[in-house]
Design a protein around this ligand. Sequence first.
Ligand code: CIZ
Ligand code: SF4
Length: 305
Amino acid sequence: MDEKFMLEEISKLKKEKNIKIFAHNYQNHEVQQVADYIGDSFYLSKLSKEIDCETVIFCGVKFMAETTKILSPQKKVILPVEEALCPMAHMITSQDIIEFKKHHPDFKVVAYVNTTTDVKAYADVCVTSSTAIKIINSLEEKNILFVPDMNLGSYISKKIKDKNIISWNGYCNVHDKVKKEEIINIKNKYPEVPILVHPECREEVVNLADFVGSTSEIIEYAGKLDKKKIIIGTETGVLHVLRKLNPDKKFDLLSPSLICINMKKTTLQDVYNAATGKGGLDIEIEENLRLKALNSIEEMIRLAR
Ligand code: CIZ
Ligand code: SF4
């Protein structure tokens, strides 16, 4: 279908049906251009409650749309592409947590938001990459099980020395692919150019970076840096946001492997189909499960303040 036609129709349907479009920083440019709000999962989670609308079309992966539904069940929440899943979110199950707690009753379970609703229901608190350190620091418990990302877990445990943090063995198959040799090569080639990476990258990559942070932290830091060229070590979608905010700076990707196929599944056509009501997944969550998962998400929002 013609892009101009879809853009106009989406804009009309947004008004007619009181729809807001949320897009994660990792989405395609064509999707970001129709979004009312673009950001990381923490920002978009908080907005889910604050924004008054009938329908949210959530362009991201399924756990993100589910988080919006958990926080704001009266809204219709549509994930444009049902198959847009985060593989890392499926590297731990609620049964794994139940088993762990049975043997380690003195541990607090901290779940990265990149988890299923089922896992969130059994976790004590959720965190995002932009809030993890603050939230874990504020917990009274010394013993922490962090699930599911081992790379983010190892980064956090290096930053928080006075806690005993055990990580699950999950990983993001996009960030974890970046090799130490790639960052060494870039550093040798452009010694003056700062490299900003996401903590979902391996420890050996994170150790060589000039800055480590979530997408929102990378965007903020890059904006303040007085440099003409910056290398980015997170999913390529962030480059759209960075280039729009900093037209005078040049941004390159640390590695060609930084493309999340799940984040790229959503196209403008899918957003259009979702807006017309003819496509996408209408997120539904069983009420008891929703209330259990809501606890750990609300705890995240409270502790991140
Ligand atoms: O928290 C998020 O939205 C993710 C998945 C990455 C980031 O750092 O923003
Ligand atoms: Fe999941 Fe990694 Fe894709 Fe983010 S970039 S959605 S963590 S697979």
